[in-house]
Ligand binder design. Structure first.
Ligand code: TRP
Length: 451
């Protein structure tokens, strides 16, 4: 897996690309964010809606980003420019780059917590999660450390390091998740959790729930901000974008689903609240590990693997900023990486302090309560992680479908994918009409049109 070592580059192989894209997709979004969003939005009905969005919107939309990236061989701004130079559309590319900064700024904070739990587990002192995230120095230190790790990898070329390790560690993460599913479901009281997770109550679906499901689908698949444009720009012309996109969607969804199969049974067995929000996984899992025989070791391993999963996502986020500055401003890649990481860290400081360390940022209620919790981090997560991704995907699907042209995009996808030729008509319809219309309707609802 190569991200342009000196200037631009290419993935070394098809697996290299799928691994990188799946590495970007699979992360805290699957294991930390998915369960808490499911919990906040009523359970199984949300899960079904989520699957529907992944299959009907997320994956077909992913082909559009990949095709644009491969055709233009550029970052999001450069790719839009290559199709329509100096038009207002380039702001859509720029919004993508900014969204990447926004997401990384709070994502890095959570990744820092995850990293901290490796040591807490190893030391056998789990302590109180609320107190931990309210302590400014450990949280800032871990956040800084995580950004440093991310920048070192993006800087040093990720082929030998992260690609080699991902190949070993990601299957281990998968096996460990399966083992935890079995354990969590053996606890007494677990079946109530399963039923919350798997028996849909469709009256729970509201406009707000639909937006959350759509936002989560984009977030988890790393869509809506041009990440797949950037990664697509390193893909060779003979690769099968359709098969790659489908495998990424499949693995990503499977990991999220497994995470839910652990969290909900465990949560109900322990009598905790499914709607606890961002703290959910950190409140449930360490408790689960302390109950398990050999749990501290398992817990340590788990948080190591989760940190690796988070790291393959943070490097993808940093890569977008980096590729933008390298391509558009011709600055040396090695210099850009550190600047971008430092900048993002500074943007993330308020999020890091928003869980109790600073009263000001912890109670930052300038968005309506029906949209997000009052702390700064939740606001960032809503603005960049839900709204901006959905909005970006709306704009980019219109751009690909109508401005660049769905047929040109389909020609690009067809290179390397023989299967696509038969379904091309359906895809053209989806990218031009179905996808933008569904996203638009759901976004309208932000203004309370249907609730
Ligand atoms: N998909 C990642 C996760 O689920 C987060 C992520 C990485 C992301 N890169 C992205 C989200 C680009 C949106 C866009 O953890």
């Amino acid at each position: 897996m190569v991200t342009a070592p000196s200037d631009r580059g290419q993935w070394t192989s098809r697996t290299g690309f799928i691994l990188a894209a799946a590495g970007s997709a699979i992360g805290l979004g699957n294991i930390w964010r998915f369960p808490y969003v499911v919990g906040q939005n009523g359970g199984a009905a949300f899960v079904l809606l989520y699957f529907g969005f992944v299959i009907l919107i997320g994956v077909p939309y992913m082909f559009a980003e990949l095709a644009l990236g491969r055709a233009a061989q550029k970052n999001p701004v450069g790719a839009v420019q290559a199709v329509r130079p100096n038009s207002p559309w380039r702001l859509v590319g720029l919004l993508g780059v900014i969204t990447g900064v926004g997401i990384l700024s709070f994502y890095g904070v959570i990744a820092g917590w995850t990293f901290g739990y490796i040591f807490k587990m190893a030391a056998g002192r789990v302590g109180d999660f609320g107190a931990f995230i309210a302590s400014p120095w450990p949280v800032l230190g871990l956040f800084a450390l995580f950004m440093f790790l991310t920048a070192s990898i993006v800087h040093g070329g990720i082929q030998g390091g992260i690609e080699r390790w991902s190949k070993i560690l990601m299957p281990i993460l998968f096996l460990l998740l399966v083992a935890l599913v079995v354990y969590a479901n053996s606890l007494s009281g677990a079946s109530k959790g399963l039923s919350f997770y798997l028996h849909p109550d469709f009256s729970k679906i509201t406009g707000r729930v639909a937006l959350a499901a759509l936002g989560q689908a984009f977030f988890s698949l790393s869509l809506g901000m041009g990440l797949m444009i950037t990664y697509g720009s390193y893909v060779g012309k003979t690769e099968d974008l359709v098969a790659s996109g489908i495998s990424v969607g499949f693995f990503d969804t499977m990991i999220a689903f497994l995470a839910g199969l652990i969290i909900f049974p465990a949560l109900f067995a322990m009598g905790q609240d499914p709607a606890a929000g961002p703290a959910l996984v950190f409140a449930v899992l360490p408790e689960l590990f302390t109950r398990m025989p050999g749990g501290l070791l398992v817990g340590t391993l788990f948080f190591i693997l989760l940190s690796v999963a988070a790291l393959t996502s943070t490097i993808s986020l940093l890569e977008v900023e980096t590729a933008y500055v390298v391509d558009e401003h011709g600055v040396d890649r090695k210099k850009v990486v550190w600047g971008a990481a430092l900048f993002t860290f500074v943007v993330g400081i308020p999020s890091a302090l928003s869980q109790g360390a600073s009263d000001f940022f912890s109670d930052f209620g300038w968005l309506p309560a029906r949209l997000s919790d009052p702390d700064f981090l939740s606001h960032m997560s809503f603005i960049w992680g839900d709204f901006s991704l959905a909005f970006g995907a709306l704009m980019l699907s219109i751009f690909v479908g109508w401005v660049w042209g769905a047929n040109k995009a389909a020609d690009e996808i067809e290179q390397g994918s023989s299967f696509f030729a038969q379904t091309r008509g359906i895809w053209v319809f989806m990218i031009r009409f179905f996808i933008p219309v569904v996203i638009f309707v759901i976004l309208l609802n932000l203004f309370g049109v249907f609730d």
